[in-house]
Design a protein around this ligand. Structure first.
Ligand code: 2AM
Length: 184
């Protein structure tokens, strides 16, 4: 199974983020219903390892928390953008959750990319060099404000690659403890 672990975004926010979509040459926009915040990308995982992964993810105990969006940007840089994203204000619980999730993956012997966790929500993937439309999108949304949202669980997703693009299905969600102190 091709797997990743992410935080789901509430439907109303996904719709709202979806409305940011504009015509940028070479941009493949993430469909609104697929918008998520990736904690760890696992790639292909053997069925046997999924059982222990489920156990390890179930051991994670953290309080729920609130997240705030914070502007837009791109990876790896503005001169050669590949990923256009919306950022999130750093939150200690988010960082801790990503660390625990990645440790759980490691304990199960599943290989994962060693990219440091950089909280973002991918809006579009880009195939061409920056255009006027791209520059004006970033300029326009640099200080974009969106409503905060409460993170009360994280989810193991399966990603199936199809000729029409990746199809994401939720495998299982893991709750965070209710009543945690939020920020923002
Ligand atoms: P990102 O868009 O937040 O950067 C599911 O495929 C998710 O896993 C993607 O949305 C992507 O997160 C993340 N991911 C990280 N590395 C990946 C890779 N090598 N191939 C596909 N997805 C990857």
């Amino acid at each position: 199974m091709r797997l990743f672990i992410a935080i789901e975004i509430p439907d109303d926010l996904k719709e709202r983020i979806g409305t940011l979509r504009v015509d940028i040459p070479g941009a493949r926009w993430v469909p609104a219903e697929q918008i998520h915040l990736t904690l760890a990308f696992l790639g292909e995982v053997e069925e046997a390892a999924v059982v222990s992964l489920d156990e390890e993810l179930g051991r994670i105990h953290l309080p729920e928390f609130k997240l705030c969006f914070s502007g837009t940007g791109c990876f790896p840089g503005r001169h050669r953008p590949r990923v256009l994203w919306i950022g999130l204000k750093p939150h200690p619980h988010l960082q801790r959750l990503a660390t625990l999730v990645r440790e759980a993956v490691l304990i199960c012997g599943i290989h994962q990319e060693e990219r440091p966790f950089s909280p973002h929500i991918t809006l579009a993937r880009l195939k061409l060099l920056p255009s006027r439309e791209f520059d004006s999108f970033l300029d326009q949304h640099q200080k974009k404000q969106l409503p905060t949202f409460r993170v009360h669980e994280f989810t193991l997703f399966q990603s199936r690659l199809t000729p029409q693009g990746a199809v994401h299905t939720s495998v299982k969600s893991y709750p965070l403890a209710a009543g945690g102190a939020g920020v923002g």
